[in-house]
Design a protein around this ligand. Structure first.
Ligand SMILES: *Cc1c(COP(=O)(O)O)cnc(C)c1O
Length: 498
């Protein structure tokens, strides 16, 4: 299986190269040249398997330049017993009737990013061994909160790798800051940057592109790489849980092998729902993918009209991980649905850069709507949904999951589509406890940690240990730097012991 670029369809590289490079030099994203197809016998076998065995089976279809034993070792390390608080890794639970929740937040940082970021470091290390030889990888991350922590946990103590995370000094929640400042591991570094997220991101980009910095680290045997969500190595682990959810639905007797189901996905950068699309292309029986957005509803409009227009107000919502106006992974869908027309993709993304909008036209729009439905809701509806879901179904969901529940219930009421449904739950409610406490109609009278205890008292549901234990954990990283290349380079050098 070879990979190509959405902006240069003549390119051919291996999966190891795609994972090491992250993004194509032409600015495009790497995509597989073919779709591996599965049949009902393959699905029947998955039903009997553990999550790790399902992951091994799916990954082997895509990473054909890896030795099968190498894939087994990567998967075993990522989902080793004890890393996820559920033995099923990503369990499917009933919400009501034939509506189910796929819980993707049982990993070390309590958000769905762990599903991919626990595996990516191992894939990246194995990929780099094939493509870079002898070099050690330094992962640089600028984070607005969740990704940084998930990347730190994923790369912590993975041999041959280092990770340095920069976060905006005045831009993450107290809980998120504490999560990062207390990070354990011998190969990790964390530093606050004076400024907002854009400043941190601009600084990291400047480090990546500065030739003098590159040479300095190159001489010491290090190369920079990134763990962001457009890396194929983050997408491929996400395909697994769509197959796994389907297999669990069969195993639990909720559907019969071959039945269609719907998936509902709270969406930001379009990575999670695109992984579902790959599963569908491979042959997973799915009727609709329902794309759920918060008030930043650029994708709802795009799926409904075919026009992508980022010229609109940006809202800070209670579901911050979905506060995005440019959904990078959408480029992969457009490439596929335009008949792998790289020139068409270049034209659209040039227009997006220049004017902030593009129109894919009626034919491509119709192809998108054949599989996708879309909807959105604001913060008031999100909070109402958290409360109603808890009162009616005794299920406590976080703000991102609540957006998906709301959009799904609206979709079901409007269309009458009774197909069994699986709603992705992307974070533990305890990760966003202040908003959840407020949603339940209680007063907010303390910080995130006080609200965590309050939420435990209200619901009788214990918080995940890794969040509850955070308040008293020793701080390891208190540094603050300026956002210039010299300061940030010095932070990286210190972290590597150079
Ligand atoms: C990142 C994230 C999302 C959005 O996922 P995309 O793959 O970017 O669409 C949704 N919910 C939570 C909690 C997240 O952390």
């Amino acid at each position: 299986m070879l990979y190509t670029s959405t902006r240069d369809a003549s390119l051919r590289i291996t999966s190891a190269e795609a994972i090491t490079r992250g993004i194509s030099a032409d600015g495009g994203l790497f995509v597989p040249c073919e779709t591996p197809k599965i049949d009902e016998a393959f699905l029947a076998k998955l039903v009997e398997m553990s999550y790790t065995d399902r992951a091994k089976a799916i990954l082997k279809l895509y990473l054909t330049d890896f030795d099968p034993a190498e894939i087994d070792a990567c998967v075993d390390a990522a989902y080793a017993p004890g890393k996820f608080s559920s033995a099923d890794v990503a369990p499917v639970v009933t919400l009501h009737d034939n509506v189910n929740v796929l819980e993707l937040w049982h990993g070390p940082t309590c958000a769905f990013k762990d599903m991919a970021l626990q595996l990516l470091p191992h894939l990246l290390k194995a990929s780099a061994a094939k493509t870079l030889r002898d070099k050690k990888i330094v992962i640089l991350v600028a984070t607005s909160g969740d990704t940084g922590k998930a990347a730190l946990e994923g790369f912590r103590d993975v041999e041959g790798t280092n990770i340095v995370v920069f976060y905006p000094n005045s831009g993450v929640s107290p809980m998120q800051q504490k999560q990062m400042q207390t990070q354990e591991g011998a190969n990790v570094g964390v530093c606050a940057v004076n400024g907002n997220f854009d400043d941190a991101q601009t600084g990291v980009k400047a480090i990546f592109t500065d030739p003098a910095v590159k040479q300095l680290f190159d001489e010491k045997g290090y190369v920079f790489s990134s763990a962001n969500s457009i890396n194929w190595g983050r997408l491929v682990p996400q395909i697994v849980y769509y197959f796994s959810a389907y297999a669990d639905m069969v195993r639990q007797g909720k559907i019969t092998l071959g039945d269609e189901i719907n998936f509902v996905v709270p969406t930001g950068n379009f990575g999670n729902i695109l992984a579902a699309n790959y599963a569908v292309n491979m042959g997973l029986p799915v009727r609709k993918l329902i794309c759920a957005s918060n008030a930043n509803n650029v994708l709802t409009d795009f799926i409904t009209t075919g026009v992508y227009d980022r010229n609109r107000q940006f809202y800070m919502t209670v579901s911050p991980s979905m506060d995005i106006l440019i959904s990078s992974n959408l480029e992969r869908l457009i490439f596929a649905l335009s008949g792998e027309d790289d020139a068409a993709v270049r034209t659209l993304y040039d227009a997006l850069k220049k004017t902030g909008r593009f129109d894919v036209g009626q034919a491509t729009g119709d192809r998108i709507r054949a599989l996708y439905a879309a909807g959105c809701c604001d913060d008031a509806a999100t909070k109402r949904t958290i409360r109603e879901t808890f009162e009616k179904h005794q299920y406590l969901c976080d703000t991102h999951t609540a957006v998906a529940v709301r959009v799904y219930e609206d979709y079901r009421a409007k269309t009458g589509d009774q197909t069994p449904a699986v709603i992705d739950s992307t974070a533990s409610p305890y990760k966003f406890c202040t908003s959840v406490v407020e949603a339940l109609g209680e007063t907010v009278d303390g910080d995130d940690f006080a609200m965590l205890e309050k939420l435990e008292a209200i619901t009788g549901i214990a918080a995940p240990a890794q969040l509850a234990g955070l308040r008293d954990k020793a701080i390891r990283f208190e540094g603050v730097c300026e956002r210039n290349v010299d300061d940030m380079r010095a932070v990286i050098q210190r972290s590597l012991g150079l």
